[in-house]
Design a protein around this ligand. Structure first.
Ligand SMILES: [Zn+2]
Length: 172
């Protein structure tokens, strides 16, 4: 549990809340089978144990409505109760790492990341402003004013739609 490759070096929150999309031809879920989920977790520094897989799916169901503003932060409480940090010395430096049970591991990392993304100008993680898009975005810009998860797929589409609506308004 304390080996250094379990440290939250690879961000997990954004990928997690973007890992399941309902599209016109079905649900696209990167954690659908245990095999896919194990690969997904291992690619992000996880262990891919059955408990970690179950916990990742469970916390995703909590984080998506929470980040959409549909629930309060009290839904995070079960993960906070299990969050512990342990200290170790690495090359003469004090290093803190999360020391949690596998079923809470991904949730604890995601909540730590969420916390680090809260700023005086608001959260840096939020849903894409295209109402038809299910993606979330993390905004690292200084103004924290990014609206689209992708300029190509959402920004331009919404802009041209607004432009179209405006030109119709002007013509009528
Ligand atoms: Zn989008």
């Amino acid at each position: 549990m304390n080996d250094s490759d379990t440290e939250p070096s690879t961000p997990v929150l954004l990928d997690l809340v973007n890992s399941r999309l309902t599209l016109s031809d079905g649900v696209f879920d990167e954690l659908d089978t245990d095999h896919h989920a194990r690969e997904w977790l291992r690619a992000r520094g996880g262990r891919g144990t059955p408990a970690e897989i179950a916990g990742a799916r469970r916390v995703r169901d909590v984080l998506v409505p929470f980040l959409r503003g549909e629930t309060g932060s009290d839904v995070l409480a079960p993960w906070l109760a299990g969050m512990r940090k342990s200290a170790s010395l690495e090359e003469g430096r004090l290093v803190w790492s999360l020391d949690v049970a596998d079923e809470l591991a991904i949730g604890a990392r995601a909540i730590e990341e969420w916390n680090a993304l809260q700023t005086p100008t608001g959260s840096r993680i939020r849903p894409c402003a295209n109402p038809e898009c299910q993606h979330f975005l993390v905004d690292h810009s200084k103004a924290n004013s990014r609206r689209w998860h992708s300029m190509e797929s959402c920004g331009n589409r919404m802009k041209s739609r607004r432009h179209y609506a405006k030109s119709r308004e002007l013509a009528s």
